[in-house]
Design a binder for this molecule. Structure first.
Ligand code: HEC
Ligand code: HEC
Length: 235
């Protein structure tokens, strides 16, 4: 549960109710952002965060209703003092900066995520987070809604990973904590990959994946990164 803004005085409350202000650039990105694409990007976050209402805190806090909420306000989550000192609310501008490079935006934050360097990816994630809220804010202008949907990232970049069914799930899940290279250079049987995933959950703080998603990833890894390493280096 997120502690709603408890205001000690009117002045402190103002930030909470002020209408969202954000730069032209971000406004444009948000107007074009696709929450469904954001849901896919969010796979990277799922290693450490739940987002559904009432979801548990994991390595990171539950993110339901985070947009517009006071920074570091999830009840029962032990935040770093760095993030607590960041103060204020998660308006979209600040969230955009945090997601781009968490450690540049909030030095000494405990969020060890390397960041989303792609500006439109960040907008998608913000748009998705905005759907996970009792009080979503409006950032699509009427004009933007009439316009065409942005073209689906035709040739998404999966780095060193071989592009085939399951690459998307694998890439986003695994690059939350380390480069895809650490995955691509391995060759293991499906069984060994499965054991590694158990280790990743039990020892490395990864959230347990839903069965169907785990199977997609294991099928992908077993097909392309088996003991003969058919796709390393990438073909
Ligand atoms: C490797 C784990 C990890 C990953 C991956 C990760 N986070 Fe976090 N996140 C954290 C931790 C830990 C904190 C608390 C940071 C602190 O206290 O300094 C946090 C804090 C946050 C906060 C502030 C929440 C609040 O209540 O103030 C937001 C927003 C957030 N993360 C969003 C994201 C999004 C979006 C992604 C994916 C694009 C992501 N995180 C990926 C670990 C992670
Ligand atoms: C929550 C963070 C996290 C996530 C998510 C994660 N890993 Fe890891 N992984 C680690 C850590 C920590 C290590 C050990 C430190 C290192 O080598 O960087 C590691 C190491 C590895 C290694 C090297 C193991 C060895 O024998 O040295 C492989 C392979 C690997 N991970 C595969 C994956 C795959 C595949 C995924 C996605 C399905 C994944 N990881 C997702 C945290 C994570």
């Amino acid at each position: 549960m997120r502690i709603s803004a408890i205001c000690a005085g009117v002045a402190l409350c103002l930030g909470t109710f002020a209408s969202p202000t954000f730069s032209q650039d971000l406004a444009e990105r948000l107007a074009e952002a696709d929450p469904e694409a954001g849901a896919k990007q969010f796979r990277q976050c799922k290693a450490c965060h739940t987002v559904e209402s009432g979801g548990p805190n994991r390595v990171g806090p539950n993110l339901y209703g985070v947009i517009g909420a006071p920074v570091a306000s999830v009840d029962g989550f032990k935040y770093s003092s760095a993030l607590q000192d960041h103060g204020g609310n998660w308006d979209v501008e600040r969230l955009d900066a945090f997601l781009e490079n968490p450690r540049k935006s909030v030095p000494r934050t405990r969020m060890t995520f390397r960041g989303l360097s792609d500006a439109s990816d960040r907008a998608s994630v913000i748009a998705y987070l905005n759907t996970q809220s009792d009080t979503p804010i409006a950032f699509t202008s009427d004009e933007a809604e009439e316009g065409d949907k942005p073209a689906e990232a035709a040739s998404a970049d999966f780095g060193q990973l071989f592009v085939a069914d399951g690459v998307e799930e694998t890439y986003y899940t695994c690059t939350a904590c380390h480069s895809e290279m650490i995955v691509a250079q391995q060759g293991k049987t499906r069984d060994h990959w499965k054991k590694l995933m158990v280790w990743m959950v039990e020892e490395q703080g990864m959230n347990e994946l839903p069965e169907d998603e785990l199977n997609v990833i294991l099928d992908y890894l077993a097909a392309h990164y088996n003991t003969d390493r058919p796709n390393f280096p990438k073909r």
